[in-house]
Design a protein around this ligand. Structure first.
Ligand code: NAD
Length: 295
């Protein structure tokens, strides 16, 4: 078994980004600036935004975090989005999801200027990605692709089974891996809660991507010998053994699946770290006008 080390790869990518930021400064250019909007005090969301802020500092980006209470109105959020859209110092921004029930996430996402949508959630970026045009690809699928590249994991002609069809992970990674590209050129099966005989479908996979949010769902009897296993799931459970009182559990029963897998990502220390660096990569692209030329 080879461990796919998100710590190592994310540190490598961050070093590369930091070097690029140093060069930008030397050329007298503005450093990339990522903004985030967070609503309420959800522990997981606070952690994600905190980690993103820390990562920005590590690579030399500017970062801004705007916080709203749960009672914020949709209008106030939309006004802030509009402000971000029109603030030339901000290259890209994210809206930390989920939002409270009284706010339409879709409406907020569609209000983001696609040129600043570094999370790649706007329908324009999703649509462009589907037809192979330059686009911001959502951070988790982009992070998985980066891991395949850096570990030289062959995807061409392979059977890939993705478990979970969310708009931010399952669907985009299925599309990316089925595209004529490298990594890509795979035969992809997208499975979900209504899939029949999931175990049988998964057992034929050369590569399994588990993104369903069900702790330790994928067990050794479901995967074939030598499969590549990517664990996207993150479930926070209470723990008396950690300082924070929480620990993170993936969708894969790591101890037993790792005995059969050729490559496997751990949780934590796998895909989650790559999600953050992909966001940094997208922000760098935004600052350099690589996806959409600067106005
Ligand atoms: P989601 O929670 O929106 O949807 C879950 C999907 O799993 C649905 O499509 C559903 O049909 C499918 N599903 C549920 N039970 C199933 C079952 N028994 N068999 C087959 N399919 C089933 O998905 P999401 O937002 O992609 O989140 C999935 C997990 O990934 C969560 O644990 C989330 O925290 C985690 N996540 C991690 C990262 C990261 O950076 N590592 C990023 C995003 C999400």
């Amino acid at each position: 078994m080879n461990l796919i080390d998100g710590n190592k790869i994310s540190a490598e990518v961050k070093d590369e980004i930091a070097l690029e930021v140093t060069r930008m400064k030397e050329r007298g250019e503005k450093v990339p600036h990522l903004a985030a909007l967070i609503v309420g005090h959800d522990g997981a969301s606070e952690t994600y935004v905190g980690n993103k802020e820390k990562a920005c500092k590590q690579v030399g980006f500017d970062s801004t975090v705007i916080r709203f209470e749960e009672s914020v109105t949709e209008k106030e959020i939309l006004e802030k989005v509009n402000e971000f859209n029109n603030n030339p110092s901000i290259d890209g921004f994210i809206i930390q999801l989920p939002l409270p029930k009284h706010i339409s996430e879709q409406k907020v996402i569609e209000a983001i200027d696609p040129r600043k949508d570094v999370d790649g959630f706007h329908p324009i970026n999703l649509g462009r990605m589907v037809i192979g045009l330059p686009a911001y690809v959502s951070a988790t699928p982009a992070g998985i692709i980066e891991l395949f590249k850096r570990y030289k994991i062959e995807t061409s002609g392979k059977n890939v089974v993705v478990i979970g069809r969310s708009n931010i992970v399952g669907k985009p990674i299925s599309i990316l891996l089925s595209q004529k590209a490298s990594p890509g050129d795979a035969t992809v099966t997208l499975t979900h809660s209504r899939t029949k005989n999931l175990k049988e479908v998964v057992s034929r996979a050369d590569i399994v991507i588990a993104a369903l949010g069900n702790p330790e769902f994928l067990t050794a009897d479901m995967v074939k010998d030598g499969a590549v296993v990517i664990d996207v799931g993150i479930t926070r459970v209470k723990s008396e053994k950690t300082k924070s009182g929480w620990k993170l559990i993936g969708d894969v029963k790591f101890d037993e699946v790792s005995q059969k897998a050729s490559f496997i990502t751990p949780v934590p220390g796998g895909v989650g770290l790559m999600t953050i660096v992909s966001l940094l990569q997208n922000t760098l692209k935004a600052a350099k006008g690589e996806i959409y030329p600067k106005k």
